[in-house]
Design a binder for this molecule. Sequence first.
Ligand SMILES: C[S@@+](CC[C@H](N)C(=O)[O-])C[C@H]1O[C@@H](n2cnc3c(N)ncnc32)[C@H](O)[C@@H]1O
Length: 273
Amino acid sequence: MVGRTAHLRTTFDAVAERYDRVRPGYPRQTVEDLGHLAALQAGSRVLEIGCGTGQLTVPLARLGTTVTAVELGAALAGVARRNAAAYPSVQVVVGAFEEVPLAEDAFDLVVAATSFHWIDPATRLTKSARVLRPGGSLAVIDTHHIAGGTDQFFVDVQRHYEKWDPMTPPGLRLQGADAIPVARPDLEDRDLFEPAVLRRYEWEAEYTTSEYLALLLTYSNHLALPAPQQDGLISGIRSLIDTRFGGTVTKRYLTELRVIRRRTPHSDRPRSR
Ligand SMILES: C[S@@+](CC[C@H](N)C(=O)[O-])C[C@H]1O[C@@H](n2cnc3c(N)ncnc32)[C@H](O)[C@@H]1O
């Protein structure tokens, strides 16, 4: 991994405690569906990629699974260990998934929650397949910010991004879930995996001004802004929420769960690629 992505994926570690405080977990139905689709049971062996401070790790441990979590950031890993302290079956390893040595065929589930996009696309599917037992599942959870909630705020806030963040495309507008493509060619490998089963969950969260600003300061693109731009952006958004929206905004999320089974030696192979 090189360049901007390699830098951005390290930014969360400096704000580990804030990340833990303000980043949401996952809808209960998502965890239940993951358990069913991956046929998890007590003692199932789970490898979690990029666990953060344990947003999914703890619900997985509650299902009785044994979780090995590989987390790039040492501070994030420390908070995840603290959050999972009641579950001796959780082990958090500090390192990059691409580099950490892992046994072959050792896991029933490999799962990445809002983290697979940070893993090197050249190796993430092949390494996941290698560590899964045949018939085991890879689950990828993605989080999208979609249209809804305090709609007008998200229209009005755009001018602050255009002023302070050079990476913001002009005129950007949030899209509804229907406009988010269902197909994910980057998660397809017909030799290694069967087609994905997709589930989608829409939900909302309400934030006070200070909670919303803290949330923004856990996103890699906001964290990577030079201090003067970050300060300008944050103070503009603070004033917008306080003066025009009564100190509260609601954000609408789309959580996507894709579960992809590793082919077994007996699976029907595709005839052509
Ligand atoms: C957006 S956060 C998601 C954290 C958590 N899973 C959640 O649901 O909130 C992405 C996480 O992936 C971790 N990460 C990024 N690249 C990684 C890599 N190559 N190997 C392991 N973890 C990585 C980051 O440190 C961060 O904790």
